[in-house]
Design a protein. Structure first.
Length: 338
C-alpha cells in the first residue's frame, strides 16, 4: 500500500487516507475512512465472496471460519429486514476481518483483533473473535479466549472514544468469540439482544462463550502512549488534534495486557515497506511516523524520498491529568454473561 500511495504522493491534494484497502488491517485508518467515504464504501464482505485460494492473507481454515460467522450476521439482517428496528435499518456492515489498533501495533499474536461489524450510524459495534478449538494442553483455553476478547473490546472502545469524542460518540461494543467446538455458531442472544446483560445473570450451562458489553461509561482505558502517537500521525492528515482530557481518558499501561499462554505471545513477522518482504527478525521502524518497517538502513534510505511525501508527524501531545476517579476493573465492572 505504501508503494502504491507513493505514486500519487507528489500530488498536492493527496493523502494516504484517500485509498481504501479491503485487506487493510489498521483499525484507525478504517474508522477514519468510514467517516470520510461512508460505511458502504468500507464494506469488505466481497472479500469473502471469493475462493479461499484467492485470499492469501488468511489460511483456508481462518477464511472459512470467518465466512461462517459473516453468513450468520447476514442471515440475521435478512430475517430482521422490515421488522422493528433494533439498530438503524437492522443492518450490520462488516468493516474489518483482522485488525490491529494502528499500523505496527500488533507485536504479538494476542494483539490481533478479528471481525468487526458496525451499524449504519457508526456508533454500535460487534467484535467477534475466531479461535481454535480448546484443548487440555494449556495453549488454547477458554480462560485465554475470555481474557483476549475482553481485552480487545476495551481497546476498541478506547480507540472509538479517542477518534469519535466530538461527533456521534460510540454507544457500545458488544463482543464474544467462537470456536470449532460449537461449529463457529454464535449465541442467538448475541445478535437478538443489544442490551447489556445483567451482572447478576448466570448461564453457566450455556454451550456458548460469554458475551461482553462495553460502553463509554464502563471500559478499561488501554491505549499505550506509543500507539496514541501513531494514531496522531494518521490524524494529522485530517488536520485533527485530540484534546488532552480525551487522551487521558483512554491512556492505559502495559499492565493491562492479557496474561495468556506462550502460544499467544509469539512475535508477529514484519513486512518491509520497500520490498514487501515478510521476515521473522526484528526490523527497523521509521523514527518519524512509526507506522512502517524496513529490513535495514539501506531499505529505509531508498524508500525515504517517496515515504516522506506520504506520511507526516504530529506535534507532541499536550498532556493533562484527569482528577482521580474510582478504578474501573475489567474483571469486576464489565457486564458479561459467564
Amino acid at each position: 500500500m505504501d508503494m502504491v500511495a507513493s505514486v500519487f504522493g507528489g500530488l498536492p491534494y493527496f493523502n494516504p487516507m484517500m485509498m481504501i484497502n479491503t485487506s487493510g488491517t489498521c483499525a484507525t485508518t478504517r474508522l477514519i475512512q468510514c467517516r470520510d467515504f461512508g460505511i458502504s464504501m468500507n464494506d469488505i464482505s466481497r472479500k469473502f465472496e471469493k475462493s479461499p485460494d484467492d485470499v492469501p492473507d488468511l489460511s483456508r481454515d481462518d477464511f472459512l471460519a470467518r465466512k461462517k460467522v459473516i453468513n450468520q450476521v447476514n442471515q440475521w439482517c435478512d430475517v430482521m429486514a422490515g421488522k422493528k428496528q433494533m439498530i438503524y435499518r437492522n443492518e450490520w456492515t462488516h468493516i474489518l476481518y483482522q485488525y490491529e489498533i494502528v499500523k505496527t501495533a500488533a507485536k504479538r499474536e494476542r494483539d490481533w483483533g478479528h471481525l468487526i461489524f458496525t451499524d449504519m450510524t457508526l456508533t454500535r459495534f460487534m467484535l467477534i473473535m475466531v479461535f481454535p478449538a480448546t484443548c487440555n494442553c494449556g495453549n488454547f483455553s477458554h480462560h485465554d479466549y475470555d481474557t483476549m476478547t475482553k481485552y480487545h473490546a476495551n481497546r476498541f472502545m478506547s480507540l472509538l472514544t479517542y477518534l469519535h469524542h466530538n461527533e456521534s460518540p460510540p454507544s457500545w461494543v458488544r463482543a464474544t468469540y467462537t470456536t470449532p467446538n460449537q461449529a463457529y455458531k454464535l449465541d442467538p442472544t448475541f445478535l437478538d439482544s443489544h442490551e447489556p446483560p445483567s451482572p447478576t445473570s448466570t448461564v453457566s450451562h450455556s454451550k456458548f462463550p460469554p458475551i461482553f458489553h462495553v460502553t463509554p461509561e464502563v471500559f478499561v482505558p488501554s491505549l499505550l502512549p506509543s500507539e496514541l502517537g501513531k494514531i496522531d500521525n494518521l490524524l494529522v492528515h485530517k488536520k485533527r488534534t485530540t484534546p488532552a482530557e480525551v487522551r487521558a481518558r483512554v491512556l492505559g499501561s502495559k499492565d493491562y495486557r492479557p496474561d495468556v499462554s506462550q502460544t499467544w505471545k509469539q512475535k508477529n513477522p514484519r513486512q518491509c515497506a520497500l520490498y514487501q518482504a515478510v521476515k521473522d527478525k526484528d526490523m527497523m521502524q521509521c523514527s518519524k511516523c512509526k507506522l512502517v518497517h524496513y529490513c535495514g538502513r539501506e531499505c529505509q534510505r531508498l524508500a525515504w524520498p517517496t515515504h516522506k511525501r506520504i506520511f507526516k508527524q504530529a506535534p507532541p501531545p499536550v498532556t493533562k491529568e484527569l482528577p482521580k476517579v474510582s478504578k474501573i476493573s475489567g474483571k469486576s465492572k464489565l457486564n458479561a454473561i459467564d
